[in-house]
Design a protein around this ligand. Structure first.
Ligand code: 13P
Length: 283
């Protein structure tokens, strides 16, 4: 059997009561660690470059590196462009061979969000690339306090309209989660998540994984989440381990001895998240 498409993976996850984990990477070292952890756990995995990473290295270079690693992996690995706010970068990623791209029009008006998501979907679908959109807002480090009184929350009719008019394949929803470390306990609006899930028949994505308690992730999965995004804890583990290793072993250490230490730490984090997503053994 050939590699399943990511949409087939989401369908399996939906039926099986787990989520496909998504991890953000920024270089060859953390990418390799994420894939290696997924292999140990026999989990399908989505590896994602955010807009900054894709712009700095270029989608073509990233895709070349990821394709070589995915080809030799013992689990299905999918390359995703995370949170692109431009149609152009999404198109570049599609051309470079990404499996999926995210166009984030969540900060635009609904009409503008529909228009840019539709433009990306039309382009991506020509080559069998799938598209993630966003509706409602994912909070963030600096914005956590900014969205108050539920104004980050996805509105069900807006989500329905975006899906119907844009041709998007899967959807990130603003239900209270935030990127970065949480200042307090995340307050996820599970009622709204359930309502969106009931109104739509496409896979839903939960962003802002770092710091969400395990029981809340499981509850979100039970209420329609098929893709779970984790980023900050990967970068954080990377940097903290580099710092610690430099302190222990001195700054004369070679990169080729330094980075494997970081990889070991990242692998443990990824394996922990695969357990939380319940995707272990689902490759
Ligand atoms: P965190 O960085 O909070 O884990 O969120 C990751 C994410 O949602 C990437 O899209």
């Amino acid at each position: 059997m050939g590699k399943l498409t990511i949409m087939e993976q989401f369908e399996r996850a939906d039926k099986g009561g787990y989520a496909v984990p998504h991890f953000n990477f920024s270089d060859i070292w953390d990418l390799e660690a994420i894939i290696s952890a997924a292999e140990e756990m026999q989990s399908p995995v989505i590896v994602a470059s955010n807009m900054k990473c894709a712009s700095m290295h270029s989608p073509a270079v990233i895709a070349g590196m990821e394709k070589a690693m995915a080809a030799r992996a013992s689990v299905p690995v999918y390359l995703h462009l995370d949170h692109s706010t431009t149609v152009e970068l999404c198109k570049e990623a599609v051309d470079a061979g990404y499996d999926t791209v995210m166009i984030d029009g969540s900060k635009l008006s609904l009409e503008e969000n529909i228009a840019c998501t539709k433009a990306v979907a039309e382009y991506a679908h020509k080559t069998g690339t799938f598209v993630e959109g966003e509706i409602g807002k994912i909070k963030g480090n600096t914005e956590e306090a900014q969205y108050t009184n539920g104004d980050f929350l996805v509105q069900v009719p807006d989500a329905v309209e975006l899906v119907e008019k844009s041709g998007v394949d899967f959807l990130a929803v603003g239900v209270g989660t935030a990127h970065g470390f949480y200042q307090g306990k995340p307050e996820i609006n599970f009622d709204r998540l359930r309502e969106v899930n009931e109104a739509l028949s496409l896979p839903l994505v939960l962003h802002g994984g770092t710091g969400i308690p395990e029981e809340d992730v499981r509850r979100a999965i039970a209420n329609g989440i098929n893709k779970m995004n984790v980023g900050t804890i990967i970068y954080h583990t990377n940097v903290v381990t580099i710092y610690k290793t430099l302190q222990e072993r001195g700054d004369g250490i070679h990169t080729l001895d330094l980075m494997p230490e970081s990889q070991k730490a990242i692998k443990e984090v990824v394996k922990g998240w695969i357990k939380v997503c319940m995707s272990e053994g689902k490759a």
